[in-house]
Design a binder for this molecule. Structure first.
Ligand SMILES: *[C@@H]1O[C@H](CO)[C@@H](O)[C@H](O)[C@H]1NC(C)=O
Ligand SMILES: *[C@@H]1O[C@H](CO)[C@@H](O)[C@H](O)[C@H]1NC(C)=O
Length: 268
């Protein structure tokens, strides 16, 4: 079973210990050669960061695309106090991917805890911004530009009040939907909204409770069990995305399972 690990691992003593071995493993995988080389500082900001360059960069990448890393960013708030809360399911999704794929997410870069590895033979980066939710874009904007991530390979994973509990939605682009983390990311990508997002349903607050108190609440034991299934489904979605492309994954995520069909239709 996956553990709720993560944010506490930010002690610098621990980090410096892990960093060396992580990058050694990385070189073994040929990563630095493939795609994680330093961006040329003189070419900053990288084209991938410009809104209008997103599609042309995507087209240009069609041939060499397999070489560019995907960047999966889970949103949350750092620190003990926020661990396991609804607003932090993005972090937990990253932890689930990291554990299943054996990727160590322990180094600190651009205000995020990051890990690099392979899913199948596709290079991926996993990141959990440590800026606090509202400022997530400070971290994501820098990661995208430094590692020259094409915007169609930046996937932001976050909690969503408008999606039924434990359900997922995968879209290729869109607005921030009132989510502070997404608002900040869009601001730092020069208002581009053309990057995929995996939204995780956390349900609606009870009538008497405000949205902020609700998202900062923890899950019940039953909810946690149900979420484990969601994390597994999210992991499956990520694997399909990097191996077979975004559209296949979107179909997988957004097509209701047969048993869900009647309820979904009632909700329309
Ligand atoms: C951060 O987000 C909260 C809502 O979660 C909001 O009330 C607060 O004003 C925001 N702070 C900043 C500095 O944007
Ligand atoms: C993915 O789907 C979109 C819209 O449904 C379509 O425009 C696009 O061509 C598809 N991409 C691929 C690679 O099939």
């Amino acid at each position: 079973m996956r553990l709720l690990s993560g944010v506490l691992a930010s002690s610098s003593a621990l980090l410096s210990g892990v960093l060396g071995s992580a990058s050694a493993a990385f070189d073994r995988l040929g990563f630095s050669r493939v795609s994680f080389g330093r961006a040329n500082p003189s070419s900053m900001p990288a084209p991938a960061c410009k809104a209008d360059a997103a599609s042309s960069s995507a087209a240009a990448d069609a041939d060499a695309g397999a070489q560019k890393p995907w960047l999966f960013v889970g949103l949350g708030n750092p620190g003990r106090m926020y661990k396991g809360t609804r607003h932090n399911v993005g972090f937990e999704m990253i932890d689930a991917i990291a554990e299943a794929e054996g990727i160590s997410v322990t180094s600190k870069q651009f205000k995020a805890i990051v890990g690099k590895g392979l899913i199948g033979d596709v290079p991926v980066m996993l990141a959990k911004p440590q800026t606090f939710m509202n400022a997530s874009g400070e971290s994501v904007g820098q990661l995208v530009s430094y590692f020259k991530i094409p915007l169609n390979q930046l996937v932001v994973i976050y909690d969503d009040l408008d999606i039924p509990f434990a359900k997922l939605r995968l879209l290729p682009k869109g607005g921030h939907g009132g989510h502070n983390g997404m608002r900040s990311i869009i601001d730092h990508l020069k208002q581009s909204r053309n990057f995929p997002r995996l939204r995780m349903g956390i349900g609606r607050p009870p009538e008497e409770m405000g949205a902020i108190s609700f998202v900062l609440r923890s899950f019940s034991k039953e909810e946690k069990e149900e979420l484990e299934v969601t994390f597994q489904r999210g992991l499956q979605a990520v694997r399909i995305m990097v191996r077979e492309g975004f559209n296949k994954s979107a179909t997988f995520v957004n097509t209701p399972l047969p048993l869900e069909m009647p309820l979904e239709m009632l909700n329309r």
